[in-house]
Design a protein around this ligand. Structure first.
Ligand code: V47
Length: 747
């Protein structure tokens, strides 16, 4: 197994990383390193570009045959808030979009028992009838698999019919997590991973581009995420055709996985960055703003994302029904500002990542240019009208010059949209006098050219050269602010006011992203920052970039103390953690029937009851009285080496163990550096059997090399322990079998 430094060097050499490497990065890589590596990979794939499009979603129904654990969108036929759009209603919606200037309609919805392949084709046909120039991106592989199986035809035949109806590309939904065991838990009725991949393989082989997704942050493990990414990377190697990968953050409101809670923004950044690093053959990584919200999407651009999806125009409910943004809509100006604020170049794209350039040509300047254009016989400039949004020109996407990434589809060059409508003749005005003097000037130039042709050519070449040099100089400087980089200062430990002052002098922007409360630190102290310069590595950025900081709050936030008794210890811990509370102590009490069931709860001496409404400062510890059966008095110490204090505490509580002393070594100089420590030693070794409710002491350090080497030893120990456990269980099973056989023969 390679260590972090070896993996980072391999990424810098542009080499592929293994699944083991990805797992190591996920567990151990500092966030700044992931940002650095992912951004380098992003730059190789798409330079400074970040893409968006003008799109809408069409969700024909939320009635679905399948009943996935994570879904908040699905309704049953007859439910009060179920909807179903007929073909006429779908066409009417498309007709309403006629003037909306969109380039893509993304159709996805519930798998409705009344819908067969013909209905799905008819939906596309109706949309295209109203919006012939718009690309239809339609149906997840789950829907496609359902419709072709119902029809009894092959995947290729099904795709051929959808393509004929006008489907141009396939969105990435329905992938969830490929692992069969987890799939059986969270979406047992959906098509299998193999079936999902088979639909996309067939599409790629037919030249249909597709996207792919991963639903993360619920109950999946890191190993299952990496396995998911690996299957996508393998398919892309075998049959290229994925345009973009979209990590979809699980949202917890109103579905049956809510207990799992939602993952942190840090986990989002890790997921985006590792996807970018691992999926070296998929050109685009999309941070779907509808799921992440504006601030996190902007942050994702510093972790390898190069697409933020589109304008949406309040047309999707999948995320708002799960607790995401309500009525999601974003103007082009807002999308572009998000990208430029993050220091990148916004590019409008079509559904195949061809660049769209819109020339905002003012009516007046057309008239003028035609007047200046000497040949008066073609002057009826008044007959030309530019569309409201200007001309649209689609150019090929030069990102694909990257040899690392093969463009699966031939890039299409689409005709420019332009409408020619009659227009009233403009009034004569002082414009005509201006045109007259321009004509005079042109005449004079012509005369000079006639008399001194060689000098005229030299002057023209000179002017042209100067213009070219000027454009290159300003273009490079404005576009990339080339050579102008700033070392990000270390703001940790400064007050937010001082940090802002230092940042202003360096042309950086400080954004307060989060706050914590640590009684030992003064309010307003910067306790974390992103990107972060460390002792081992300087981080440089361009002027104007944002630095996201976490500060210590001035006042301790008060939160409601939830009633968590009468449920399992794990459920109670999850609920407390989500409320911002922690554990003071686990007190174990013998019980006849259950182990790790919370019997009662108290905080600062007060009993918490279902009806009590107690508030406590964030971070306060709750005391839980928990049951144990006499035959389950003992629990096993987990592996803690390599974890942060918070992770180690959670792991101990989860296993019914109390946190004992927390001891910092001499590398931890101050309160701020405590926040970057990891466990290098635990008082009881992993695998030790101890009484429930006993304590384990934790030893923490800032010395990551020490942590790395001890974590490796701990890994070996964990493997040895697992092997031993496996053998013991095997022996036990064998003994039980023999026991049963004996009693059978005795009978
Ligand atoms: O397949 C469902 C996910 C997907 C929840 O291809 C949830 O460009 C989070 O695939 N929390 C549908 N996610 C959306 C989708 C998509 C979105 C944007 C762009 C593209 C693209 C594709 O939404 C589903 C599922 O994985 N989902 N419920 C939830 N509670």
């Amino acid at each position: 197994m390679r260590n972090i430094n070896e993996i980072a060097d391999a990424v810098r050499r542009n080499e592929r990383i293994t699944t083991d490497d990805a797992i190591t990065l996920w567990h151990d890589a500092p966030l700044w390193l992931l940002g650095e590596l992912a951004t380098a990979r992003k730059r190789k794939a798409s330079g400074e570009n970040v893409y968006y499009n003008r799109n809408v979603h069409l969700e024909p129904t939320n009635i679905c045959l399948f009943n996935c654990e994570f879904c908040s969108f699905r309704r049953r036929e007859g439910d009060e808030d179920a909807w179903f759009l007929s073909l006429d209603e779908i066409e009417a919606r498309a007709a309403e979009l006629k003037g909306a200037d969109i380039t893509e309609v993304h159709i996805v919805g519930g798998v409705h028992p009344k819908h067969d392949l013909d209905t799905y084709c008819a939906m596309i046909h109706r949309v295209k009838r109203q919006l012939p120039n718009v690309t239809v991106k339609a149906y997840t592989a789950v829907e496609i698999f359902y419709m072709i199986r119902r029809e009894g035809i092959s995947v290729v035949e099904g795709l051929r019919r959808l393509k004929k109806a006008g489907m141009e590309c396939i969105p990435g939904g329905g992938a969830e997590i490929f692992d069969a065991e987890l799939r059986a838990q969270i979406c047992p009725e959906k098509c299998s991973a193999e079936e999902w991949l088979a639909v996309h393989r067939a599409a790629h082989n037919m030249g249909i581009a597709t996207n792919c997704t991963m639903l993360y942050g619920h109950i999946e493990t890191i190993a299952q995420r990496v396995d998911h990414l690996d299957r996508l990377r393998k398919l892309q190697d075998e049959a290229p055709g994925f345009d973009a990968f979209i990590p979809l953050k699980y949202h917890s409101r109103g579905n049956r996985l809510s207990e799992a809670g939602e993952c942190s923004t840090e986990e989002d950044m890790r997921t985006i960055a590792i996807s970018r690093i691992f999926l070296d053959n998929i050109p685009h990584i999309k941070a779907y703003w509808v799921s992440y919200g504006k601030a996190t999407t902007e942050m994702a651009l510093a972790f390898g994302a190069d697409d933020i999806d589109g304008t949406i125009g309040d047309t999707t409910k999948i995320y708002s029904m799960a607790g995401g943004i309500d009525r999601p809509t974003m103007s082009v100006a807002e999308l572009e500002a998000m990208v430029t604020d993050a220091g990148f170049r916004p590019i409008e794209r079509d559904s195949h990542y061809n660049h769209i350039t819109r020339h905002k040509v003012a009516e007046e300047s057309i008239k003028e240019s035609i007047v200046v254009g000497v040949d008066e016989s073609i002057t009826p400039a008044e007959n030309v009208e530019v569309e409201e949004s200007g001309n649209v020109e689609i150019t090929t996407n030069n990102d694909m010059s990257n040899p690392m990434i093969e463009q699966p589809q031939p890039v299409r060059k689409e005709p420019a949209k332009r409408s020619h409508k009659p227009k009233s003749r403009p009034k004569k005005s002082n414009k005509s006098t201006m045109a007259g003097s321009m004509r005079g000037a042109m005449e004079a130039i012509k005369r000079f050219y006639g008399r001194f042709p060689i000098i005229s050519h030299i002057i023209l070449i000179g002017i042209f050269g100067l213009l070219l040099l000027g454009t290159l100089y300003f273009g490079l400087n404005i576009g990339t602010r080339h050579g102008n980089v700033i070392k990000v200062p270390n703001f940790l430990g400064m007050t937010i006011e001082d940090a802002r002052h230092v940042a202003r002098n360096k042309e950086l922007n400080i954004i307060v992203r989060d706050s914590i409360f640590d009684v030992n630190l003064p309010g307003g102290t910067v306790v974390d920052q992103l990107p972060r310069t460390s002792e081992v590595r300087d981080v440089t950025v361009k002027p104007g970039r944002k630095v996201y900081v976490t500060i210590n709050a001035y006042n301790r936030r008060m939160v409601d103390v939830p009633y968590v008794a009468k449920q399992t210890l794990r459920q109670a811990l999850n609920q407390l953690e989500r409320s911002g509370l922690s554990i003071n102590k686990l007190v174990y009490e013998a019980d006849m029937t259950s182990t790790d069931y919370v019997l009662s709860e108290s905080i600062e001496g007060y009993d918490v009851r279902p009806s009590s409404s107690i508030k406590a400062a964030v971070g306060t510890g709750v005391t839980l009285t928990v049951s144990y059966r006499r035959d389950e008095q003992y629990t096993i110490v987990p592996r803690l080496v390599g974890l942060t204090l918070q992770q180690a505490q959670s792991s101990l509580w989860d296993n019914g163990i109390n946190v004992g002393k927390v001891i910092y070594d001499e590398s931890v100089e101050d309160l701020i550096s405590r926040r970057t420590t990891k466990v290098y030693k635990q008082s009881q070794a992993l695998g030790t059997s101890i009484r429930r409710g006993n304590e384990v002491t934790l030893y923490l350090t800032c010395d990551m090399e020490l942590v790395d080497s001890l974590a490796k030893a701990a890994d070996k120990e964990a493997k040895r322990y697992e092997e031993q456990r496996r053998k013991e269980l095997e022996k036990q099973r064998q003994a039980e079998k023999e026991g049963t056989a004996k009693s059978d023969s005795a009978e």
